[in-house]
Design a protein around this ligand. Structure first.
Ligand SMILES: [Zn+2]
Ligand SMILES: [Zn+2]
Length: 341
């Protein structure tokens, strides 16, 4: 099969004879339609974290068609469209049993066991897959995985109707969180993002206010929240400055939700602020089965319209140059989809 193989940091090559992934009895074999390029893929492309062994096929934000159903796999037929969690989980630990497969006790061990979805085919346990209603376009379905991460963050935040929200980071995930906060009844959502192109997209996508963190933002956040601060701040940027600004932007008894991954970067944590003002510091990691099911429904019904986030489409053969473009100028793009079949 064809697969875009990351051979060494910064170097992707299309292998036309890459071995097809192994299939267990509970698996589905899927033909990948689209895979979104994620910030984490870009990070591995440039840095290669120690746990990642190369060569490897990345990609986890997929939409795909079922081409083979394992003898023990339930709930799917050939031709169905599916999305889900690509990394195998054990299916037996206490987290897997309750659908929290991204918290599986074995997750680190299993992370590079099979190829990712920048490839023609993947195999995935059926219990980690979710049926997409017919009629949902494949390109939009590829946004269900990041949408499920946003659903998880909103659920973790305990957002309620009429609350004020600030989101730090205007990449695809930040914008999905912004949009879902509005769907969830937020009174006002402020987005903070340094790249002008991403701020403009955020405004078109419905941000009540889009601020540049290189300017003075705290006063503007206070003005937008009647001088109280936000009920909820989401930190999706992944840098210490944004972490500090988010902590400052939250009102007394508010919640700060950290969704970003910090690659070894220290953050300025001031416990006295969080203790003295009784701020809940919440962390949100990936998505569970409930989040995926909700994201399937929201994207399929277009109550969460992901089309404005798709700013580019490339083939597997064009991935090397697409990754280089994104590394050089991420701020001019949002979600870039790779057509994989
Ligand atoms: Zn991702
Ligand atoms: Zn498990």
């Amino acid at each position: 099969m064809r697969a875009a193989v990351l051979k060494s940091p910064g170097a992707i090559e299309v292998d036309r004879a890459y071995p097809e992934p192994p299939m267990d009895p509970g698996d589905l074999k899927l033909q990948v339609e689209y895979t979104g390029i994620c910030g984490s893929d870009l990070h591995i492309f440039t840095v290669q974290p120690p746990m990642m062994k190369l060569p490897a096929v990345l990609g986890h934000e997929f939409s795909a068609r079922v081409v083979e159903v394992g003898p023990d796999a339930r709930g799917f037929e050939t031709g169905d469209r599916a999305v889900g969690l690509i990394y195998p989980s054990c299916g037996r630990c206490e987290y897997c049993v309750q659908g929290d497969f991204t918290l599986c006790d074995l997750r680190v061990v299993s992370i590079d066991a099979r190829n990712g979805s920048f490839a023609e085919y993947i195999t995935v346990p059926a219990r980690q897959l979710f049926l997409v209603p017919p009629g949902t376009p494949a390109d939009e379905a590829a946004l269900i995985e990041p949408a499920s991460v946003a659903v998880h963050a909103i659920r973790r935040s305990r957002l309620s109707v009429g609350e004020r929200v600030v989101v730090f980071g205007g990449g695809p995930l930040g914008l999905l969180i912004m949009k879902l906060a509005q769907l969830g009844g937020a009174d006002r959502v402020v987005l903070v993002e340094p790249a002008a192109g991403r701020r403009k997209l955020a405004e078109q996508y419905g941000a009540d206010l889009a601020l540049d963190p290189n300017e003075e933002i705290h006063g503007q956040i206070m003005d937008a929240t009647d001088g109280r601060g936000a009920d909820v701040a989401f930190e999706v940027a992944g840098n210490g400055r944004a972490f500090a600004a988010a902590g400052k932007a939250v009102r007394k008894t508010g919640r700060m939700v950290v969704v970003a991954v910090y690659e070894g970067r220290d953050v300025p944590y001031n416990p006295n602020r969080f203790v003295g003002d009784e701020i809940d510091l919440i962390h949100s990691f990936w998505a569970n089965a409930t989040d995926f099911r909700r994201a399937v429904n929201l994207v399929s019904s277009r109550k969460l319209d992901v089309r404005p986030l798709i700013t580019g489409r490339v083939t597997l053969e064009q991935m090397q140059s697409a990754m280089e473009t994104l590394v050089a100028d991420r701020g001019s793009h949002s979600k870039v989809l790779v057509s994989c079949s």
